[in-house]
Design a binder for this molecule. Sequence first.
Ligand code: GLU
Length: 552
Amino acid sequence: MDSNKQMAQLLFGNITKAPEDYEMMYPKRNLEEGAVVTRFAPSPTGFLHFGGLFAAFVEKTAAISTNGVFYLRIEDTDKKREVENGVSLIVKGLNDFGIEIDEGMLSETEEKGEYGPYMQSRRTEIYQSFVKSLVEKGLAYPCFMSEEELAQIREKQENMKLLPGVYGEFAKYRNISVEEAEKRIENGDEYVVRLKSPGSEDKRIKFKDVIKGEIEMPENIMDVVLLKKDGTPTYHFAHVVDDHLMRTTHVIRGDEWISSVPIHLQLFYLCGLKPPKYAHISPIMKEENGGKRKLSKRKDPEAAVSYYSSVGYPKGAIWEYLMTLANSNYEDWRLANNDADIADFKFTFSKMSKAGALFDIVKLADVSKNYISKLSAEEVYDLVADWSQENNDKLYKLLVDDEEYAKSIFAIERGNAKPRKDIASWSNVENYVSYFYSELWDGKRDFADNLSKADMIEIIEKYKEIYDENDSAENWFPQVRDMAVDLGYAKAPKEYKKNPDDFKGHVGDVAGVIRVAVTGRRNTPDLYEILQVLGKDEVMKRFDESIEILRA
Ligand code: GLU
C-alpha cells in the first residue's frame, strides 16, 4: 500500500464507502433541458432575515421559471451558533411567504426528497469519504498545528507583510509521515484535515458569475481546513460535496462568498467534479442621508422578516416586491401586464442588480396597495381574518361576528376597473373600517370650516328628508345635486369658481357635509356604497348625532 493510502486508512479506517458509491446513490437528476436546481442553505442560527428571504425567493423563482428544483439544506456544522428550533424557524419563515420547497428539511427531524440527508450534521460519513479519497491521492493531510503555533505564524506573516494563512513553508504538516501521524494520534493529539493546495501564487483563475459577470482572482494557495477537529466539514468542503451530490446547477448565495470561489473551484477540480454555476447576490441596500448602506439587522426593523407578517403585508404583495428587487425590468412588465400571474414573468439572472437592490419601504407599500386593490372582497376578508386572529383580537372578533357585513365593507369600490388603493397592509384595516363599527369608531366628525354650522345642519336635515335607501347608484348623486341647488349651492365646482358670491358653496361641499356626518371623515370611498352598507337606521342615527354635535 502506498503511503497516501496508508494515511487514508489511518485517518478514515471506519469509512467504507467511496465517492463513486455516492455518485450512484445520487444520480444526475432527470430534468428537462435548462431546468435549474437551486437551494437555500441557511445555518439554523435564528430568524430568517430579509436578505435570506430575498435569496430564497431568487432561488425559488429561478427553479420555478425553468421547471427545476428548489430545496432547503440546513448548514449546521457550526454547533456553537445554532439556536433552539432553528430549523423550524426557517421553515416557518419560508412558509409565511409562500416559498415552498420541493425537497429538504421540513422540521428539526423530518425531510423529504431523494438527495438527502438535507442536514449537514447527518452527512459526516459522506464528507469523510470524499476527504479520504483526497488523502489517498496525496491531496489532503492531517495537520496537528496548535492554536499557539497558528498564532505564531500569523504574527510572523504580519511582521514580514506576507499573506496570512497556512500555505507553502507555513504548512508545517504538509509532508507528515504516516508513522508520525500514527504516533500523534495514539498520543491523543488533535488534528484537522487540510487540503494540500497545488495552487501557485502567480496564477489566476477566471470564472463567470451569472449575476456579476466575468471575475478574475488569484488562484487558491491555502491549505484550507476540510475537516475540523471533530471530524465535521468546513463550509468550503461541505459546499463542494453537497452541491455536487444534490446536483445543484446554480449556487445562488450572498456575495460575501465570492472571495472563496477560488477555493471552491480548486476543490471541485481536485475532487474530479464539475462545478456548478455561481450567482452571487449583492446585499440589499438602503438609502440613508443621501448615501447608501446595507440593510442592517441591528438598525432596521424591516430586516427581520417577522416585521412583514406582523405589519400584515400579504404574501403575494411581498412576492411582487421581491420581484421588483430581483429583476429591474419587472416593474415595466407589471405595468404592461396588470392582471397577469407573476409566474408568467420571465426571471433572468442578468437583470439582477450588481450593486445591490435598493430597499424602499414606500415602494413596498405602493406595490402592496396595488396588489390588495386587485383582490376580491372574499380574499381580503380571509386574509385580514387570518392576520387579525394573530395580531388584532378586537378586529378579528368584529370580522367573524358578522362575516357578511365585513365582506360588504371590503366590497366597496372593489372589482371595478379602477379599484381604490387605500390598504397597504392589514394593520391599516382597523382604521380603514373603523366608522363601520361602533366598537372602533370614536364618533368624532371632522367637518370642514368653509360652511357655517347652521348651513351644515340645514344640509343634513334636508338630506334626511330625501334620503331613500332604495335609490340606485345612478340616481343618488343627481338627487344630492338637485338638493344642493335648492339650498343655494352651485351644481358644480366650476360654476362656483366663476361666481363665488352667487352661492353658499358647491355640490361638493354639500356631499362633503353628508360624508362627514356619516363617517366622520372628509375622505372616504364611494359615499353611496357606504350608505348602502350602513343601512338606513344607522345612517339616520348618524345624521341625528351630527346635528346634535353641530348644535352643541
Ligand atoms: N450556510 C451559508 C450561509 O448561511 C450558506 C451560503 C450558501 O448558500 O452557500 O451563509
